[in-house]
Design a protein around this ligand. Sequence first.
Ligand code: FES
Length: 190
Amino acid sequence: MARRTIDRNEPAADDGDSPQMSEAVKAKIRGFFARYPSKRAALLPALHIVQETCGCITHRAMRDVAELLELAPSEVMDTASFYTHYWTKPRARKVIVACRGLSCDLMGVQEVNRTVCQHLGIGEHETTADGEYSFVTEECLGTCEYAPCLLINERLHKNVRPEDVPRILADPDNDRIEVERSDLYDGMKA
Ligand code: FES
């Protein structure tokens, strides 16, 4: 199936018209202040909350977080753009994170990743036009004993072979985890 792709490396869209962060989201972020010695230290959870409630971290959201944490907007942008887990453009409903670490590499993850990209018709940092999947790679998922592995949202797929990829992608529950999900960062609508 042909799919149009979106490059997530493009700068965030001009979001001058995007809504301001809701009071509920701000209150959730403020709830983290007591855990840290300074407001600045709550930046990572603040970005997680924005992402989980708003879908991605727009420029507007960065400015709102900066105001709340008494930081320069550029400091928030530095952090949001440094970590691959933060999305400044809309991401898919499911994010596939493939490992590119040594253990997975030795166990053939490159072929697995090629199969994922071919199957979805996208490259790294891209999103399928139907908004179902985004694909990225990271250095190590911390589960080297199961190499090669893929993460789909929060569900780990272990010892993945290229021939397993179509079955995994066709499974509607491929991102469902079997333990109760923490609502530390989400559980509310913006
Ligand atoms: S190298 Fe792949 S999980 Fe560590």
